[in-house]
Design a binder for this molecule. Sequence first.
Ligand code: NAG
Ligand code: NAG
Ligand code: NAG
Ligand code: NAG
Ligand code: NAG
Ligand code: NAG
Length: 787
Amino acid sequence: MVKVWLLALMILYNGFSSTVDGIHNSTRPDFVNIGALFSFNTSVGRIIKIALDAAVEDVNSDPNILGDTKLRLSLQEDSKYRGFLSIAEVLQLMARDTVAIIGPHSSVTAHVITHIANELQVPLISFSALDPTLSSLQFPFFIRTCHSDLFQMAAIADLVDYYGWKEVIAVYIDDDNGRNGISALGDKLAEKRCRISYKAPVSPEATPEEITNVLVQVALAESRVIVVHANTLWGPKVFTVAKNLGMMGTGYVWIATAFLSAILDISSPLSSDKMDEIQGVLTPRVYTPDSELKRKFVTKWKNLTHGHTANGPLGLSFLSLYAYDTIFALAHALDAFFKQGNRITFSNDSKLSSLKGDNLHLDALNVFDEGNSLRRNIYEVNMTGVTGLFKYAPDKNLVNPAYEIMNVVGTGTRRIGYWSNHSGLSVIPPETLLSKPGNDFRESKKLFPVIWPGDTDQKPRGWVFPNNGRLLRIGVPIGVSYQQFVSQVPGTDTFQGFCIDVFLSAVNLLPYAVPYKFIPYGDHKNNPTNTELVRRITTGGSFSKDYLIHEIGIDESRLVPLVTQEEVARALKNGPQDGGIAAYIDQRAYMDIFLSSRCKFTIVGQEFTRNGWGFAFPRDSPLAVDLSTAILQMVDNGDLQRIHDKWLLSRACLSQGAKLEVERLKLKSFWGLYVICGSACLLALLIYVIQIIRQYIKHQAEEPDSPDQNPSPGSSSLRRFLSFADEKEETVKNRSKRKKMERISYRSSEGGSSSIISNKDYVAQPSSCIADSVSNGGSEKVFIKVV
Ligand SMILES: *[C@@H]1O[C@H](CO)[C@@H](O)[C@H](O)[C@H]1NC(C)=O
Ligand SMILES: *[C@@H]1O[C@H](CO)[C@@H](O)[C@H](O)[C@H]1NC(C)=O
Ligand SMILES: *[C@@H]1O[C@H](CO)[C@@H](O)[C@H](O)[C@H]1NC(C)=O
Ligand SMILES: *[C@@H]1O[C@H](CO)[C@@H](O)[C@H](O)[C@H]1NC(C)=O
Ligand SMILES: *[C@@H]1O[C@H](CO)[C@@H](O)[C@H](O)[C@H]1NC(C)=O
Ligand SMILES: *[C@@H]1O[C@H](CO)[C@@H](O)[C@H](O)[C@H]1NC(C)=O
């Protein structure tokens, strides 16, 4: 019930508000003048004219949009992107009291005439002037109804990064649009740690010869990834020249900005000659989602262009779609403008009329008083057009910038994926991903395979060694010690050593030729510090000295710099007392060499840094990756070990087996221990023997007439002693326990609480003797508490 009431209220309100409109409809003029500034006598101009005319007709025939007010479109020929003539032309339009101007086509013209638009407060609405800098605060009356080239450049930067290239060459027209677009590309590449390595500007009026000269320089450069930023008139000439120069073959990557996709859309099908020139090129195409409105427009377009194709094909491109929506957006904005009770008034520009007294008739130019209101209303438009949702983001860019990435293949193009500001590169249409949060489409971040120039599906490496005589310059540190690693062959400019062999073997494994030149570094007197050399190339480095001082905190005064191996050996031998050193710290590789010929010294402790050996390259050098791969390959196939053995295997020590001993404890090391143990054992044995002899003597004295006594006195006393000793061992063990127990009940005559028994006491009384472990020399005593 409540809902029904609410509905009724809303209907009532709507009715009321339309009568409010009625009050204001007196402010609505019968006609609103709008101007359009284009080169209508070009193929692009023709399709724009068709789209604009169709849109005006559709707006005027739909009273829901502007009521009874009709749009009146004045077309003004723009003289093919010529700055000064455009000024005169736009002034003519302004003199007709236009409230807005659609156009111009080019960013160059836009830069010139936007000053006039600002002065007269007439919105300049363009869907084709895409220079990113036109959206700056400098040009408040320039309104873009398409996506800025900034987004297209972001898409290209993402592409370059996706394929792992680091450097691109930019070929562009040297005008505002070209320079600013390429500058935006540079910014976007920098975000991906890529860069433009060479900029090749071309004059806007360049002849084929001039283009040839520019492209020859491009071919001599290192990068093979070429971005062409041009317009529909000039762009195709670049490819014609490139094809003639053989630059459309294998190894090259060509990325053309959206001008090429526009040409392909408008002029499709191109002649087979033209298609041949652009095989394998990648080009972003402004993406508009499929919709019922769009499909209707496509049908309408076919009807509209039917019979107009005498002067060339008029295919449907983003330009027609955005031209159509621009008129609708302006109509919606004007409707809101009138609904707010605004009237259209003009007033003489006091600044201009003060320039009277000449024949320029500048006083005919009027300021659009409500220009600011209309401008605001355009930015507040919220409609669904043939291009999809037409709405501005707070930063005054249209929402949802998106492109399809097209690959020119055969007689047409093939879509390899999409790019959108929201989701980046993907094979899934942007509107599908729009509702998902950022990490949901990570797995869809890929592209379909590309057919590259030269009709190959192998991704080009993206760079070559520059063909212009530049060699890879390799700094070779020439030290005075450790010649095994690297040294200059005396009297020549050739080099040898472990590092040189590793480098040459790795370079041989690369699938391409690398012209190089070794450049010695160092004064032949001191070892050059690697840190300094590395600093000359790039990535500062920390080596032993820095580490000891800054990390471990050793006072610098305690460090002694030594240059040659001989110096080191002498200093170590002398020791700190004799002005030498206690320890020598260097890199492991040097250490191994040092020790290989000096068996007296050894390494103690563990390595304290992870610094290894390597070839230093400038940051992001494409060669670094390939050479690392080659060196890994050498590890696999054993080449690295062979080179290592050739140069670094210790000759002096290892052959004598001495090197191994250096680091091990030998039998000799334990002699002290052996002496102590041996003498202790010997002493114990001696004492034992003495005791046995004493006992034997006593035994003999006490039992001279023992019945088991051997009757023959002639048999040696030695035998009797031995049997005594033998028996003693047995009986002592057997009796000991029993005798101990007997002694416990024995009361000491001293009446003490304990008795101390030594083995001497009971041996004299065999019947009551107790034993203890005398075998170890008789030093032990048994302490027994008597109860
Ligand atoms: C105002 O609008 C109403 C209805 O839309 C119409 O009947 C009326 O004639 C209009 N008045 C003027 C002055 O145009
Ligand atoms: C259009 O351009 C062609 C040549 O490009 C020229 O011959 C023709 O006169 C032009 N038409 C108009 C109306 O300017
Ligand atoms: C094409 O336009 C004509 C009039 O210009 C119209 O009669 C016809 O129905 C249209 N056809 C389609 C398919 O829209
Ligand atoms: C502006 O000045 C011109 C020429 O001086 C005059 O014809 C025109 O009526 C003026 N317009 C307004 C709105 O005052
Ligand atoms: C834009 O229009 C849509 C429907 O046409 C509406 O849902 C949305 O809220 C509008 N947005 C704004 C900001 O007015
Ligand atoms: C594009 O994306 C950036 C970062 O995600 C965002 O700040 C910006 O508003 C987006 N622009 C548009 C027009 O959607």
